[in-house]
Design a protein around this ligand. Structure first.
Ligand code: KG4
Ligand code: ZN
Length: 364
């Protein structure tokens, strides 16, 4: 609809310079410039390299998005940007660019949360999110179960990883198997040729006394490394496809079991899965089977929208405008550890009482 908010979103929390343009829940452009190849030889993202790449790619990527969408910057209703969490220097490039464009164009600025954006992006594929929606966010930087009651103001963290993120575990296991970085897609491909039941790798935090919604992947990663090492020491060939399939099975088993449990125990009928690991084919398959069995509606955006991109930021920015949420002020700063409860900066709705309390606190 032409009267729906037209918003440009900028994402620079890690190694992707993403610029998306969204009208309402319709995606008009999704331009991404990735510096992933510049990091590959280091086996992980190098923050300084990522920041420099953002700086070089920012203006051309914005221009590309505007051209694809066929709009002028002056047509926009707002500029949204990831304010955190993420790499501090990388976030700063995006926040500075967003401020510059918003200031020059005289448009409202929305500093939003990266995790909330990962959830909101699903609106571009499946329409507005039901309230409440359970979100399982799994990527290289995060693994969390979040209950979204209102995607613009009310996200409650139920659980998270206590050590490695799910994607990190994929990347580390890929390194052990000599598959390169990032490892997730390579493990996913190789696992299709392996037997997922061949090795019984441990399922972290899965006993009755463990926290129900938290995750742990560090023990699993170590178990895989030890298993491979023992084979190599014995001079035996490592069945890499079987290791990949069995490891992937352990990760997806825990993720989907806990996500479905969280839905059932909180009376939530919709589950969305987002973040880079949501591209995993076995995770999608297992989640679908378990949701079908439990009567839960599963929503997973297409892989291109699951990994970091600007469209997800634009999607949340557009929703903020649509719901009349307060924009950020121009002293917005990047916050590398922005909590997920802060969907936008400043908090989108400040009750009068809260404002009073905040003033008292500030004045001592
Ligand atoms: O969301 P994302 O692009 O960036 C952040 O970490 O925020 O996620 C990247 C992560 C990497 O760890 C990558 O290995 C993993 O997502 N990944 C996958 C797959 N595709 C990407 N993991 C498992 N299976 C995949 N198909
Ligand atoms: Zn992400």
């Amino acid at each position: 609809m032409a009267d729906e908010p037209l918003v440009l979103g900028i994402e620079t929390s890690c190694d992707e310079t993403g610029v998306g343009i969204v009208r309402g829940t319709t995606l008009l452009a999704d331009a991404v410039a990735s510096s992933v190849n510049d990091h590959a030889r280091f086996g992980g993202v190098v923050p300084e390299i990522a920041s420099r790449a953002h700086l070089e790619e920012m203006v051309p990527t914005i221009q590309r998005a505007l051209d694809t969408a066929g709009i002028k910057a002056s047509d926009l209703d707002g500029i949204a940007v990831t304010a955190g969490p993420g790499l501090a220097g990388a976030l700063l490039v995006g926040v500075s660019a967003a401020k510059a464009y918003a200031w020059a164009l005289d448009k409202p600025l929305y500093g939003v949360n990266h995790l909330a954006s990962h959830i909101c992006v699903d609106q571009l594929e499946h329409g507005r999110l039901p309230e409440p929606t359970m979100a399982l966010l799994v990527s290289g930087g995060h693994s969390s179960l979040l209950l979204s009651a209102d995607i613009t103001t009310d996200i409650r963290p139920l659980g998270a990883t206590i050590d490695d993120a799910a994607g990190e575990a994929f990347d580390k296991v890929a390194r052990v198997l000599g598959l390169g970085f990032p490892g997730g897609p390579a493990v996913d491909r190789l696992a299709r040729e392996g037997d997922r039941k061949s090795i019984a790798f441990p399922r972290g935090l899965s006993s009755a006394k463990d926290p129900a919604y938290d995750f742990s992947f560090s023990g699993l990663k170590t178990a895989v490394a030890r298993w491979v090492e023992a084979k190599r020491r014995a001079g035996e060939e490592v069945p890499v496809a079987d290791v990949a399939a069995s490891f992937q099975e352990a990760v997806t088993d825990v993720l989907t079991r806990k996500a479905v449990k969280a839905c059932k125990e909180n009376g939530v009928e919709h589950l969305m899965i987002g973040g880079g690991v949501a591209a995993n084919s076995r995770l999608r398959e297992m989640a679908q089977q378990r949701c079908d069995k439990a009567g839960i509606v599963l929503r997973v955006p297409r892989p291109g929208l699951c990994t970091d991109n600007g469209a997800m930021v634009a999607a949340l920015g557009s929703e903020m405008v649509w719901r009349n949420r307060a924009p950020s002020s121009f002293d917005l700063s990047a916050d590398s550890s922005l909590p997920v409860t802060e969907v936008s900066v400043p908090a989108a709705t400040i009750e009068h009482g809260d404002l009073h309390a905040a003033a008292h606190l500030a004045l001592g």
